[in-house]
Design a binder for this molecule. Sequence first.
Ligand code: DAT
Ligand code: MG
Length: 147
Amino acid sequence: MKKASNDVNVTNTKTLTIIKPDGMKHIDEIINMFYENGLKISSYKIEQLTDEILEEHYSHLLDKPFYPKLRNYMMSAPVAIMVLEGENAVEKLRALMGPTDATKADPDTIRGKFGTDITYNAIHGSDSDENAKIEIERFFKAKQKRI
Ligand code: DAT
Ligand code: MG
């Protein structure tokens, strides 16, 4: 049965990840970590991010002093954008990523292994089921202007 768009889907097990420019050279190891932790890729694309989509994706950070640095980093090379599926995918990916500041991340996490600091932290992951849905729509379903 088709669900109403505002239904809470308690079985939601999808999340959105972005392998950031510094993570790209480790993409095979990062994908291995997804599969070893029960996260499977269901959509995948490699794309050069634009100002427009970054201003939407990081709208909560636009007024921060570090935004220009974040924007330049995210636009410095193409990134891999994926939908991951698995049990508790959002929480599982966030645990596997480690905290925002890679210098504080456990060495077994993606940020601990491949990140450098609070800016160059290798990977993005949605922070809630609600935001996962919004981000999947943003990167995979919304009509995007091609560059
Ligand atoms: P996360 O990526 O862990 O969800 P966030 O959503 O708070 O963290 O911020 C998005 C990105 O912005 C983060 O991956 C790196 C950058 N960022 C956040 N806080 C920062 C800070 N204090 N200094 C520099 N960059 C920061
Ligand atoms: Mg975030």
